[in-house]
Each structure stands twice: as C-alpha cells, then as structure tokens.
Design a binder for this molecule. Structure first.
Ligand SMILES: Nc1ncnc2c1ncn2[C@@H]1O[C@H](COP(=O)(O)OP(=O)(O)OP(=O)(O)O)[C@@H](O)[C@H]1O
Length: 577
C-alpha cells in the first residue's frame, strides 16, 4: 500500500517504515533533556522552599545527563543512517528500474511521451524523490507518531496546558489539506510550463542548423523567451499559493506558543499549575513545533512529488511488450496475413495487407508517400503489435516473441542512421559486441568504409562526434552497413536513402549493400528505380492496401498501376520509386 502510493521498491518501502520509526524515536528522545531538567529543577526548588530537603546529588545527575546526551546522539546518528544513507540506494534502484522498464515498453509508448518528459522522469523525478525521502518523508511519518506520543504525555501531565499548546497542530493539518487542491493545480501548471520550456530548448538545440539555415533564429528565440516568461509566471503563482498556505500554518503554530503562555500564566496565577510544569511545557512546545515547521518548509516539494510519483507510476504500470524467448523459426520467410494497423490516433494505416517476403529474395515495398511502407517494415520487426491479422517469421507469429530475442534475427539499415559519440571502431562494433578487431575491419572493408576511415586522423580510433556529426551522409550510411554486415542477421530491413548522394558515394553504398544482402530475407522500402526493377518481388501499397504484387517484369507486363506509374514516373511527383 505504502509502496504503491509512493512508487517505492519493496526494499524502499521497508527502509521508509524503518526510517519513520527511527525518526519518531529520535523526536521523542529529544524531549528527554526536558525531563532531566524537570527532575533537577524540581529537587532544587524543593530545597529552596524547605531547606530540610537535601540538595540534588550532583553525581547521579551528571551520569544521567551524560547518558541522555549519549542516547540523543545515538538516535540522531541512527536516524541519519536510516533516512539519508539508505535512501540513496533506493534512488539508484529506482533509476535502474525505470531504465529497465523503458527497455521493454512498446514503441507506441514513446509516441505518447516526449523525450524531454521521459528524461525528466528518469533524472529529475528520481532526484526529487531521493531528496524528499531522505529529508522529508521519514520525518513526516515520524513526526506524526512522535507528536501523538508527546501529546499523550502532555495530556497526562496537565490536560489544560496540553490543549492550549496542541490545538494548532490539527488546525494546521486541516488548513494544509484544505489548500492542497489549489496548490496541486498551481504546481501542475508550473510543471506543464517547465516541460514546454524544456521541449523548446531541446528542439532548438537539435534543429539549430536548420533554424540558422532558414534564418529563423530570432523567431525561435522569441518563442523560447515566451516559454521562459510563461514558466516564470507559473512558478511565481505556484510559489505564492504554497507560500501563503505555509505562512498561515506557521502563524497558527506560533499562536500555539501564545495560547500556552496565556493559559500557563493564568493557571499559575490561580495557583492551579506549578511554575516548573509551565516552564517545562514551554520548552516542549517549541520543540514540538520544530519538526512540523521543517515539514512545512518542504510543502512545495511534497506537492511536486505527488506529480512526480504519478509520472513514475505511469511508466511502471505501462504494459510491457513481452513474449517467448524461445524463438526457433523454420527459415526466415516473412508472411503478412491480413494485417491491419493504426497508430494511437486510430487512423487506419494498413488494412488487410497480405504478402510474403521470401528468404534469399529482395522484396520491395513501393507506393506513394504515406502509403504505409515504413510502417509495414517496422511491424515486421514487432516495433508495434498489429491490430488484426498476423505477421510470421519462419512460421512463428512475431506477436508471441520477446522483442529483444526477435531483433537478434534482424538488421535495420534505415535512412536516419544513428551513430554514437565514440570511435569509428566502437560504432561498427555495435553490430556484434563480441566481434574481434579483425572482424570489425573485415566488415568495414566489405562496407567500403576502409578507405575513408584510414584517411581520418586516428583511423579507426577517431572519435566521430555526437551522432557522427563529423561524417558525410554517404559515410554514415556505410558505417551503418558495416554494422549490419558484422551482425550478419538473416533478415534485413532496408530503408533506401532518398538523400541525394553524389554518384560515386551512391555506387559505394550500393556496392556495400549488395554484399550485405546476399542470401538474406530483404524487405526494402524502395525509392529508386534501379532497386525496384532489380528486386525479386514487388509489393505496391496504396492507401495502406496492397494494390498489386509480383515480379517486376510481371507487373510491367500486366500494365497495371505499377506499370503506369513507372512510365509516368516523371509526372507522378508524389510517387517515390
Ligand atoms: N509514429 C506515428 N504515429 C502516428 N502516425 C504515424 C506514425 N508514423 C507514421 N504515421 C502515419 O502513418 C501513415 C503511413 O506512414 P509511413 O511512414 O508508414 O508511410 P511511408 O509510405 O513509408 O511514407 P514515406 O514514403 O513518406 O516514408 C502516414 O499517414 C503517417 O503520417
């Protein structure tokens, strides 16, 4: 229950319970010196009133004071360990847990949540949780318990003074709870504005080159400034709401001291209360409010945390894409059988699509922009689950196979090559981590990378910058082909580059590809005439349906849609061949 409510791991919930118990104990132990003071002063005053009563003995009290100080020190140290130290372990567990979760979530999830949002959950929300679970949550639960214990003790001692000092506590809690809704609404607005701002900054950094090329820097910066202003306004509003609630509660607590003084003075004057008891009450009251004040100072963070927890829980509760890790297909023919699919928005993208991509053949998907070619290729690798029909590989339905296991049989060479900020060697080795240097070099040679890599300052050990920023388009593609050759998976999904490479670069890429594709099941999103006519099988998609399929010669001879489009290629501007 506690675990679900606060999005903790099992170990984390245990640590929090323990931390709260230790905090309660530490808070109660802090009252012990007041008890010692009460005893010593009591005896001393008794001696003043009646000199026949002996003075308090120094030695036992010294021992008691040292013992009390030792207990206070020990519980404070224990509290520190039980809250601060263990919470960092929980935070590490939480981050790893979230990252693991993201690894098994379907890609559809990433369409719903943007990158800045997810980064903020893994980095900021876990850090917020870490701070709160070390500084506030154990104290919050612990203070609840210790205040109850101290309240019972005070009531037993003098119920009138106890009521005069304790009344602000429930009233403060009521005021805080009553204003929670307002505070939550303001916090939500602030978080939404922060996300828009983070998104804007990320977009600007990512598209900096395009923005400059289009001379739109001023517009972009003006929009960013607007986002900063909106965030500032939302943050001010949120702080004002929380600040007002917290200050009024703190004032209420101060009123508690005032009412204790008034009640105490009246009772002492009427001879109904001992001056010493009154004095001790004053000492306890100030300490009683201290931990509550501490929690009040964290109200904004507590409210923020509710939002953070909801976002973490959303990731943890999102259904993962799971399946069997025993994947033993008979060959690698890919069969689409009555496949229909739509993205989150529900618009049909593929409707009743059936075709077979055979092992050892190149199957080309062609069709107008937006006809569903890329979607079909990605569905073959279970990037998403189909809504109807089946996709099988070697007779095994991909919907039942663990995505990571399935992808060991796939290589993707997509247009948007993703390279990492490492050396050329490291980037190629991503194809197969266990590959030896010789195997990496052989793959690089087969992918026509060797010549340009050797010209680089440090050869294969040259860092290639973030996302390969230091490489040309053709070079990036050849690196990704080298990776694919190294992986040597039986199925290749290929999204042919539309980016215009120069003739030499294009022929180097084609040559590298032809080495990669031999004997594989190749599903290619075709854009070039040469590939289309060189394919073994063509599937023509139009509006998400199979309009025609067959060998290139058959389709040309049939004088159907494909043949018409080929002959009208120049005029049919929206066709990508
Ligand atoms: N992640 C997504 N979420 C929602 N809709 C999408 C997504 N990806 C693609 N679509 C939509 O699905 C339809 C098919 O897109 P797809 O990229 O599969 O077509 P395509 O034939 O490969 O196009 P192109 O040749 O332009 O790359 C389009 O209408 C597109 O807007």
């Amino acid at each position: 229950m506690l675990r679900d409510a606060l999005a903790l791991t099992e170990q984390g919930a245990k640590s929090l319970r323990r931390g709260a118990a230790v905090c309660a104990l530490a808070n109660v132990v802090l009252m012990l010196p007041v008890g010692v003071f009460y005893l010593v002063t009591g005896e001393f005053l008794a001696h003043l009133e009646d000199p026949a009563t002996p003075l308090p003995l120094l030695a036992p009290y010294l021992v008691l004071i040292v013992a009390v100080l030792a207990v206070v020190f020990a519980t404070q140290y224990w509290q520190y360990h039980a809250t601060y130290s263990v919470v960092y372990q929980e935070s590490a567990r939480k981050r790893i847990g979230l990252a693991e979760r993201l690894r098994v979530l379907p890609l559809s999830f990433f369409g719903k949540r943007d990158l800045a949002d997810l980064t903020s959950v893994v980095m900021k929300d876990t850090a917020d949780q870490e701070r709160l679970f070390s500084h506030t949550m154990p104290q919050l639960f612990g203070t609840g318990a210790s205040t109850a214990i101290v309240a019972v003790m005070l009531l037993a001692f003098d119920w009138r003074l106890a009521l005069a000092s304790l009344w602000p506590v429930p009233v403060a809690v009521i005021v805080l709870l009553a204003t929670t809704r307002l505070q939550t609404a303001a916090t939500r607005k602030k978080n939404a504005a922060a996300l828009v701002l983070a998104d804007g900054i990320q977009e600007y950094l990512e598209s900096n080159r395009e923005v400059r090329a289009l001379n739109r820097t001023d517009d972009f910066l003006a929009r960013l400034n607007g986002n900063v202003d909106a965030f500032e306004r939302a943050k001010l509003a949120s702080e004002l709401t929380t600040g007002t609630a917290v200050s009024s509660t703190q004032t209420l607590l101060r009123l508690g001291t005032v009412t204790t003084i008034l009640a105490g003075t009246a009772l002492v004057a009427a001879g109904q209360c001992d001056l010493l008891v009154f004095f001790c009450f004053m000492l306890v009251v100030t300490r009683l409010y201290d931990p509550i004040n501490l929690i009040l100072q964290s109200t904004a963070e507590l409210i923020d945390m509710r939002e953070s927890l909801a976002r973490m829980r959303a990731i943890e509760q999102e259904p993962a894409q799971v399946g069997s890790v025993d994947f033993a297909p008979q060959g690698h023919d890919i069969v689409f059988d009555g496949v229909s699919f739509s993205y989150e928005n529900g618009e049909p993208v593929l409707t009743d699509v059936s075709f077979t991509a055979r092992e050892g053949e190149v199957t080309a998907l062609v069709g107008p922009s937006g006809s569903g070619k890329s979607t079909a290729a990605k569905l073959a690798a279970r990037f998403w689950n189909v809504n109807a029909g089946h996709i099988t590989v070697g007779g095994v339905d991909v919907a039942g196979v663990d995505p990571e296991t399935l992808l060991t049989d796939y290589t993707e060479v997509f247009q948007d090559v993703v390279l990492f900020n490492g050396t050329v060697m490291e980037n190629i080795r991503l194809g197969r981590r266990a590959a030896t240097d010789e195997e990496v070099l052989a793959a690089a040679r087969a992918a026509n990378c060797d010549e340009f890599v050797r010209k680089m300052a440090q050869g294969y050990d040259t860092p290639i910058g973030e996302n390969g920023a230091l490489l040309s388009g053709g070079e990036r593609q050849r690196i990704s082909i080298a990776r694919a050759i190294l992986k040597d998976a039986p199925i290749v999904l290929l999204d042919e580059a539309t980016a215009s490479l120069d003739v030499e670069s294009e022929s180097l890429v084609q040559e590298a590809l032809s080495r990669l594709l031999v004997g594989k099941t190749v599903l290619v999103i075709a854009h070039r005439m040469r590939t289309v006519l060189g394919a073994d099988h063509i599937v023509v998609l139009a509006d998400g349906r199979v309009a025609e399929e067959g060998a290139p010669a058959e389709l040309l001879a049939a004088s159907g849609l494909f043949a018409r489009m080929v002959s009208l290629q120049g005029a049919a501007a929206d066709w990508k061949l």
